[in-house]
Design a protein around this ligand. Structure first.
Ligand SMILES: NC(=O)c1ccc[n+]([C@@H]2O[C@H](COP(=O)([O-])OP(=O)(O)OC[C@H]3O[C@@H](n4cnc5c(N)ncnc54)[C@H](OP(=O)(O)O)[C@@H]3O)[C@@H](O)[C@H]2O)c1
Length: 265
């Protein structure tokens, strides 16, 4: 069933800028009236910018923004975020036909060092807290609030990367994190056929994360490759890649748990 044909409660992480903001704006334009977007990130200003873009283009959608550091939020905090939003709406989850979550927030980590070089304890803990622990906790809380009996469809999208499949020098944490997130979602797809699960690799998109990649990557060859992609205008615009994700979700013919890359389509 076309994901954009149903009245939806949709959670999007990392919606303050970059790819997540573009997902929020372009999804909002397609969801039917009385759908709700719940946008999460740390930057309140960034979230407010995304919200005002949505309100200008898609006044039929209700938007909630919550500033939260996902690296620090525990499951009861995440639980409250969803229950408070539902009570602000004076709705229950059964008001919606579909529940969707897009796990987009992620960080590159410190790419200025190779794996064999020094790493800092706190940085490492914080890296996994955001890129894995919060991903697992939020997913759990989401599925708890939106149980299968109440919905025509539940959709979980993980924003992935080619790095989930292939190692890149100096990017060990990022590659390991993306591979782990993909495997968690593939396992969930196997365990629970009531959830439609997709991992989508958006291709090289022109965002702050790309700036970090071409500025700080320790490996010269990789850093130069990203600098060259920027210079020769080979980076994708976020909207270009979001539109491919939208077309995959509209057709909705992928096997649950599939990993689909921008360049596969
Ligand atoms: N850019 C690329 O070429 C590329 C390629 C393949 C895959 N991807 C994937 O695409 C997704 C989006 O990346 P992007 O390029 O748009 O990155 P970005 O510009 O760095 O944006 C990252 C988003 O994550 C949020 N975030 C970061 N740390 C957070 C925290 N502790 N708590 C809550 N939110 C946090 C940021 O918001 P705040 O700073 O406001 O918290 C921001 O909204 C990521 O999953 C990335 O791995 C990107």
């Amino acid at each position: 069933m076309d994901v954009f044909s149903l009245r939806t409660f949709c959670v999007i992480t990392g919606a303050s800028k970059g790819f997540g903001a573009s997902i929020a704006v372009r999804f909002a334009a397609r969801f039917p009236k009385d759908s709700v977007l719940l946008l999460l990130a740390r930057s309140i200003d960034g979230l407010a910018r995304t919200k005002s873009l949505i309100e200008a283009e898609s006044p039929h959608i209700k938007v909630f923004t919550i500033g939260v550091d996902l690296a620090k939020a525990d499951s009861s905090h995440l639980d409250r975020i969803i229950s408070d939003t539902l009570s602000d709406l004076s709705s229950t989850s059964s008001t919606f036909e579909q529940a969707t979550i897009v796990h987009n927030a992620a960080t590159l980590g410190d790419v200025s060092k190779l794996m064999s070089e020094q790493c800092v304890d706190e940085d490492l803990h914080e890296y996994w807290a955001l890129n894995l622990t919060s991903f697992i906790l939020l997913n759990h809380v989401f599925l708890k609030h939106f149980p299968k009996q109440l919905f025509r469809q539940r959709v979980v999208v993980g924003i992935s990367s080619i790095c989930a499949l292939q190692p890149f020098k100096s990017w060990s944490l990022y590659c390991a994190g993306k591979a782990a997130r993909d495997m968690l979602l593939r396992t969930m797809a196997l365990e629970d056929s009531s959830v439609q699960v997709l991992t989508y690799a958006p291709g090289p998109i022109d965002t702050d994360m790309q700036y970090e990649a071409r500025s700080y990557t320790a490996d010269d060859e990789l850093r130069n490759m990203f600098a060259d992609m920027k210079e020769t205008k080979k980076l994708l615009h976020c909207d270009q890649s979001v539109d491919k994700l939208i077309s995959v979700l509209q057709k909705n013919t992928f096997d649950s748990g599939a990993h689909i890359d921008y360049y596969d389509i």
